[in-house]
Write a protein that binds this ligand. Structure first.
Ligand code: SME
Length: 173
């Protein structure tokens, strides 16, 4: 079974935000994440909380989750959304590129990428994407954080700034 074009009842299509509303939403989400994770050390609890709060505040977050480095590849971790691919090789997809290059990837239109090589479509509704590498305290890559939108051009430098800040604060520092 894989994700279908038809969205299940519990999932809604993305809504893009203006720059000011996006910044304000991230500021509120960051406060909520900090308040809930201030004394938390459990990796999985951090991941599920970050998924939940960001998806609550950012209406263009269609699929949001982590792919965890495991046995030389990426394996799906905590996520919210339709069925995610279980494993991704470092040589494949936007997630694999983020892991290889250890740099955030912003894709304005996933359909401009080579299908199945440069982009893996776990859900046919995905139109744009951001993937942020996650490092531990020793600066080792431990995961990537992946967000999909059903609209083009949902992600930009503001998403990159806030997501890199949140991830560094709660996984690396
Ligand atoms: N689109 C990602 C695969 C993960 S699904 O989006 C959840 C990629 O190209 O690596």
């Amino acid at each position: 079974m894989s994700a279908t074009q038809e969205m299940p009842y519990f999932i809604k299509p993305s809504i893009n935000l203006t720059t000011n509303k996006k910044r304000a939403a991230y500021e509120q989400a960051s406060l909520g994440i900090d308040a809930n994770l201030i004394k938390e050390s459990n990796l999985i609890l951090k991941m599920v909380t970050i998924n939940c709060i960001l998806k609550t505040y950012l209406p263009y977050y269609y699929w949001v989750g982590f792919y965890i480095v495991n046995n030389g590849r990426l394996s799906v971790g905590p996520y919210q959304g339709t069925l995610g691919c279980l494993h991704i090789d470092f040589s494949k997809g936007v997630c694999g590129r983020a892991a290889r290059e250890e740099k955030t990837q912003i894709v304005k239109d996933v359909h401009l990428l080579n299908k199945d090589k440069a982009h893996i479509a776990c859900d046919p509704n995905s139109q744009s994407e951001i993937v942020v590498p996650v490092f531990d305290k020793d600066k080792n890559l431990i995961a990537v954080f992946d967000v999909d939108s059903t609209l083009k051009n949902s992600f930009d430098a503001i998403d990159q700034f806030f997501l890199e800040t949140i991830i560094k604060k709660h996984f690396t520092n």
